[in-house]
Ligand binder design. Structure first.
Ligand code: NAD
Length: 487
């Protein structure tokens, strides 16, 4: 197993452009889940640190240059940050792989470029934000302005730290807001490094503050802080619900990107080789710790047996390996706790009557690590726990359906609505089903594709608001109506 390469230095909080210790002096260790060894100490933000960070962001917004800077200058800085992330993609990739256990291919070749792309794309929006004139009465000159909100609190999960940072911070900053970013406590390292790169790119102090710390302490303090105008949250549905309740007292604008249990539907008329590949990568990419994972595979009864046989073959070939090895395609789960949750769900599925047809076990690499085999549970009914609850690991639940109506009914019979996949060669069926699925994103004859141009977010229990695309700019701006009496 490739160990942690060069030692990683202890990390401080990033507040007002400076690395600082937590006010309490507390630190915690972040652990490499593939080797089970500590990577480094990280300062642990508490309530006082959140307040320091918010005050710094508030000053940077109200007194500082960011919201008053020429849009073209903000554009240049954000573009530069995108460039720096790309230039440091290998370093950031290694940090993320150490922290999260995902493969180096995912972290260096996909996550880092996706984050960079967000800064490049949204840098263009700095100069495109516009209000409108609304001439309806000669007595008035009337127009609208689109203005930033102020301090944005961004709270992100551990599964895609760099990507989530880009999704939240790039549009928030492009609109002229300042940001306090709380990365997940399990994966703070790339966020802290990108915070440094942002300063190098020319972001003024206080505009982007990074404060790792426990969700129930640092996250909660950010949600309650009266000077925070908006919380942009990505994480579990249960924490999202809690945040919604907690932010009511200060009436914050919210974006909630929550969990998913997405149906990936294979019709008998699909290109089956492509669908098998898409079904496997839909769940096993990112070790299944992906919000949009196609974790419920709905297969039409006519092709079920042949399809599952091919799928099992594919799953068996996907073995866990050293995440630092560029050839590895299945890394370690993020923590021992997450691994135990996933193994617990596999046991529950078996107890509920599902048939384990691939994987199902922990499989250490070189005797270490929180690795779980690519797992397929067949004969799952849609009312089982493994069909209804988000497992967030490499576990696929296979459910049969009979026809289009049955597929749509089963796909929508769930609390979540983040994403869905449809595999068919019938274009009419593709459009009909895509239109009737209750999901924020539908992929047809493909799965898990993202681009900064396309909005992403949930229906139903998967939350509300949109990351990415032009839509994200609405999440970080507010509209002012101005009336000038010209008579
Ligand atoms: P989580 O909800 O436990 O934590 C997410 C973040 O919220 C972390 O930074 C955490 O510290 C913080 N947090 C926890 N308790 C808090 C509180 N009381 N107040 C404020 N902040 C608090 O989620 P996780 O386990 O880190 O991530 C996995 C979850 O994220 C899954 O449910 C997954 O589906 C979801 N996710 C969703 C998307 C999406 O775009 N919809 C993307 C990635 C992950």
């Amino acid at each position: 197993m490739t160990d942690t390469l060069a030692p990683v230095k202890a990390r401080k909080l990033l507040i007002d452009g400076e690395p600082v210790d937590a006010a309490s002096g507390r630190t915690y260790q972040t652990i490499n889940p593939a080797t089970e060894t500590p990577i480094c100490d990280v300062a642990e933000a508490g309530v006082e640190d959140v307040d320091r960070a918010v005050q710094a962001a508030h000053r940077a917004f109200h007194d500082g240059p960011w919201s008053r800077m020429r849009a073209a200058d903000r554009q240049r800085i954000l573009w530069k940050l995108g460039d720096l992330i790309l230039e440091h993609a290998d370093e950031l990739g290694r940090l993320e792989t150490m922290d999260n256990g995902k493969t180096i291919v995912e972290s260096a070749k996909i996550d880092a470029p996706m984050a960079a792309n967000c800064f490049h794309y949204y840098s263009g929006w700095t100069t495109k934000l516009a209000g409108e004139t609304r001439p309806f009465n000669p007595a008035f000159f009337t127009y609208t302005l689109r203005e930033p909100l102020g301090v944005v609190g961004a709270i992100i999960p551990w599964n895609m730290s760099m990507v989530m940072l880009g999704w939240k911070c790039a549009p928030a900053l492009a609109a002229g807001n300042t940001v306090v970013l709380k990365p997940a406590e399990l994966t703070p390292l790339t966020a802290l490094r990108i915070g440094e790169l942002a300063l190098e790119a020319g972001l003024p102090p206080g505009v982007l503050n990074v404060i790792p710390g426990p969700g129930a302490v640092a996250g909660e303090a950010l949600v309650r802080h009266p000077l925070v105008a908006k919380i942009s949250f990505t994480g579990s549905t249960v924490v999202g619900q809690h945040i919604m309740r907690e932010s009511a007292a200060t009436l914050k604008k919210l974006t909630l990107e929550l969990g998913g249990k997405s149906p990936n539907i294979v019709f008998a008329d699909a290109d089956l080789a492509a669908a098998v590949k898409g079904a496997a990568s839909g769940i096993f990419y990112g070790k299944g710790e992906v919000c949009s994972a196609g974790s419920r595979l709905l297969v039409q009864s006519d092709i079920h047996d042949a399809f599952v046989e091919k799928l099992v073959d594919r799953a068996n070939k996907l073995v866990p390996g050293d995440p630092m090895n560029p050839k590895t395609r299945l890394g370690a789960l993020v923590s021992e706790k997450q691994m135990n949750t996933v193994l617990g769900y596999i046991a529950t599925g078996k107890k509920e009557g599902a048939r384990l047809v691939a994987g199902g076990e922990r499989q250490p690499v070189d005797g270490k690590g929180f690795f779980v085999q690519a797992t397929v549970l067949d004969d799952v009914r849609n009312d089982m726990k493994v069909a209804q609850e988000e497992i967030f690991g490499p576990v696929l639940s296979v459910i049969r359906f009979d026809d289009v109506e049955d597929a749509i009914a089963k796909a929508n019979d769930i609390a979540y609505g983040l994403a869905a996949g449809v595999w068919t060669n019938d274009v009419k069926k593709a459009h009909t089903v895509a239109g009737r699925l209750q999901a924020g994103t539908v992929w047809v004859n493909t799965y898990n594709f993202y681009d900064v141009v396309m909005p992403f977010g949930g229906y139903k229990g998967s939350g509300f608001g949109r990351d990415l695309g032009a839509e994200a700019m609405d999440e970080y701006t507010q509209v002012k109506s101005v009336w000038i009496n010209v008579e």
